[in-house]
Design a protein. Structure first.
Length: 99
């Protein structure tokens, strides 16, 4: 939140999926208000009440997508993960076997 320029800076993902959060870009500040706390919440609320807050979207940092990336082989998957790939009937049968 930049008080001097009355700007609310948001992650680009909120622009891509805006329909999941708000009807329009102008509705985003009010929606975002429920997710911020403390001084930021007070500041954003004041800007909203004044009616002069605008939204700017930050560029997305694609480099962060690979930070926790790990490769694996199918054989590395645990029994629990393999369980998820079973059909409902197969899952039922496996659970019954364990009882």
């Amino acid at each position: 939140i930049d008080v001097d320029s009355c700007q609310l800076y948001l992650n680009k993902i909120l622009q891509w999926y805006m329909a999941d959060f708000a009807a329009s870009k102008n509705d985003l500040p009010q929606k975002i208000l429920q997710y911020v706390r403390g001084e930021k919440k007070e500041t954003l609320n004041k800007l909203i009440q004044q009616g002069n807050v605008s939204v700017k979207f930050l560029e997305y940092d694609w480099s962060s997508d690979g930070i926790n990336f790990a490769t694996f082989e199918k054989s590395d998957l645990s029994e629990k993960v393999m369980f998820l790939s079973k059909s409902p009937r197969q899952k039922y049968d496996l659970v019954q076997e364990k009882l």
